[in-house]
Design a protein around this ligand. Structure first.
Ligand code: MSP
Length: 645
């Protein structure tokens, strides 16, 4: 097995549902792992698809008044369309109604039918399945599902039905599967899921029925056409029918036999994947998968996502609101990979603004715009100082951190590594204060600071490319990565691909425009006019929202006009002992000199913005009516730095 050759799968999704964020989460995770694996030089084959047989699908088709195949064609296309919108780069999309799948299933069942278990019994044997059957549902129903002894959907008592079925001799394989899991030949992660499976096996699992007599929409058994293959048994086989089990043994061996097989799923379908599937493979003489990663199961605002509640979040609506890159990011950063959680969609805008608009987008704008103003190219760095080297080393560490996180399938850490670098670059840029260096004429330091900042952004953006495929390209182009180097590579190559001084840099619109609570763009980074960046308030807020705003007294110590912007003043204010730059749209109302020494009120904890290319950290309060404007001041005893509430 070559672990450099990764075969990644998602569950194949039932076509009687529409794609929702639960499906999207697994599919995005698989895409990110595949892209990251390739970035680090590995080979990857990423498979997803749709599960199209069984009574539920047949019923949905009948309810829609169409033939099952036509129904499946439409529904399966919905999944592919959603994945296209979410920038999922799958290598293969399998449908269980594909001929290659049907041929593969027949072949696999023939193998099983001919096989003997290690204790000398036929692996498949006929038997009778007896259970409770709801005629309304046309399916077997368990005691547990009954409400007051009746089917909850049809309010009828089920009938006891005995059906001839074929069984798979699981009992002859479950101990062997348990041992493979125990010793890590089949890795089941996270560890609590491994414990869960081992517990199930220890508890004892019965042979399972692998066919159905009554379900007509399915693949007939090759050895008894009066029966169809049970939908679950058939669905699992997609993982081998896609790479060529039916008729391309070479391709099949390349990926299945000699690749590292990673199945992704949520815990709802763990037993099928961790026990039934390896057991069937052992019986058919094929390799078992190497790794199952079982991520968490999500609720939405505390409730299970379901058709009847109508609360499923549509991932394509997220794409409309946030863009595909950000939608991918927002879903993945909700919880550590593997942990259950409750998704609260109203928190998406806050997270978007904090991480993408401010930390990443605004840093890129600030640095690139600075470079644009002093020549529009990657500056030639001078002598590196300790702070510069520290940031470059942080870049190298982020690459290592990302590689390690990928190996552990720790998606949150795969994002955390580059985002940590972004935050460090923000601190470096603020602390180096290039605007100050420029003012003081420290030209070499200025060039070095800008170069090192651009370089940190380049590395972070390359590492973010699996999650943010298109924005990563935009950012890397903006900081001067040459067109022939845009394909990101990780590891050792990173420093060899450092930015070339003299390469053109440039940024147009913000990479991630800021949005309001409803997801509407507000974009304070490049306001349409030279106004002071104030945004309209909408509706009422609660006290907690107000509490987030830190108002303080600030003393104006410098003021001058901003060249080319009639309404803007560039100020420097003192907040206690701290000095900070601030841009305000008050030039038509105040002469700069008249402001020196005034104590004004500012919003202290506003994220920095760049207005007309000038850095601003805070916002002045002013009262305004028509063309009149007066600053809110506190001339008197209250010193600068005092809080206002
Ligand atoms: N068709 C079967 C799978 C056969 S695989 C051989 C099936 N389909 S499903 O449409 O119900 O998809 C289940 C999978 O979708 C989960 O295992 C998970 O990957 C994803 N999710 C669906 N809902 C989810 C949540 N609420 N939370 C997280 N993931 C979820 O089962």
């Amino acid at each position: 097995m070559s672990s450099n050759r990764l075969f990644i799968t998602t569950p194949i999704y039932y076509v009687n549902d529409k794609p929702h964020i639960g499906h999207a989460y697994t599919t995005i995770a698989g895409d990110v792992i595949a892209r990251a694996h390739r970035m680090f030089g590995g080979e990857a084959y990423y498979l997803t698809g749709t599960d199209e047989h069984g009574s539920k699908v047949a019923e949905s088709a009948a309810a829609a008044g169409v033939a099952p195949q036509a129904f499946c064609d439409v529904q399966s296309a919905l999944f592919r369309a959603a994945w296209d919108q979410l920038l999922i780069k799958y290598d293969d999309f399998i449908r269980t109604t594909d001929d290659r799948h049907k041929r593969g299933v027949v072949r696999f069942l023939q193998r099983l039918h001919a096989a003997k278990s290690p204790d000398g019994h036929p692996v498949i044997y006929p038997g009778t399945y007896s259970g409770l059957y709801c005629v309304g549902c046309e399916k077997f129903i368990t005691e547990k599902e009954l409400v007051n002894g009746k089917c909850p959907h049809h309010l009828k008592e089920p009938v006891k039905v005995t059906e001839k079925n074929y069984f798979f001799r699981l009992r002859s394989y479950s101990a062997r599967v348990g041992a493979l899991i125990e010793q890590g030949t089949i890795l089941v992660n996270p560890p609590e899921r491994k414990a869960e499976v081992l517990g199930l096996i220890k508890h004892g699992l019965d042979d399972f029925s692998l066919s159905r007599e009554k379900v007509k929409w399915g693949i007939p058994l090759p050895f008894d056409s009066s029966q169809n293959t049970y939908v679950w048994v058939e669905a699992l086989q997609n993982y081998i029918t896609a790479p060529g089990y039916a008729d391309d043994r070479e391709r099949f061996d390349h990926w299945w036999t000699h690749g590292h097989v990673l199945h992704l799923m949520a815990k709802d379908i763990l037993k099928f994947h961790a026990v039934f599937w390896p057991a069937m493979l052992l019986a058919a003489g094929e390799k078992t998968p190497h790794e199952l990663f079982v991520h968490g199961f999500f609720t939405v605002n505390g409730e299970k996502m379901s058709k009847s509640l109508g609360n499923a979040i549509d991932p394509t609506a997220m794409v409309v609101t946030y863009g595909a890159d950000a939608a991918r990011y927002l879903l993945l950063v909700q919880f550590p990979f593997g942990v259950d959680g409750d998704i609260q969609a109203e928190r998406f805008p806050e997270r978007y603004n904090a991480d993408l608009a401010n930390d990443l987008g605004n840093l890129t704008s600030r640095v690139v715009k600075f470079c644009e103003r002093i020549g529009g190219t990657v500056p030639e760095p001078g002598k590196l100082e300790a702070v510069d080297r520290a940031l470059l080393v942080a870049g190298k560490k982020a690459v290592d951190g990302m590689r390690e996180a990928l190996e552990q399938r720790n998606l949150l850490a795969m994002i955390g590594a580059p985002m940590g670098l972004v935050r460090e670059a923000n601190r470096y840029f603020d602390a180096s204060a290039p605007w100050q260096l420029q003012k003081e004429g420290k030209e070499e330091r200025l060039r070095t600071t800008l170069y090192v900042s651009l370089e940190a952004i380049r590395v972070a953006a390359a590492l973010l490319s699996p999650v943010l495929p298109t924005k990563s390209l935009d950012i890397r182009r903006a900081v001067g990565v040459a067109a022939d180097r845009l394909e990101p590579t990780g590891g050792e190559l990173e420093h060899l691909r450092a930015l070339q001084p003299g390469a053109p840099v440039g940024i147009g619109d913000p990479v991630f425009p800021r949005i309001d609570k409803k997801g509407k763009a507000v974009d304070i980074q490049s306001p349409p006019s030279d106004a002071d960046g104030q945004t309209e308030t909408e509706g009422l807020i609660d006290i907690d929202d107000f509490g987030k705003v830190q108002l303080v007294v600030a003393e104006v110590i410098e003021a001058e006009r901003v060249e080319g912007a009639d309404r803007l003043l560039r100020l420097k204010v003192k907040v206690g002992s701290e000095e900070r730059p601030l841009v305000a749209g008050i030039a038509e109302h105040y002469e700069p000199e008249a402001l020196i020494g005034r104590r004004v009120i500012i919003v202290k904890n506003l994220k920095p913005a760049t207005i007309r290319g000038v850095e601003s950290r805070g916002m002045l309060l002013a009262a305004k009516k028509g063309k009149k404007l007066t600053l809110v001041t506190t001339d008197g005893e209250i010193p600068s730095g005092a809080s206002v509430g």
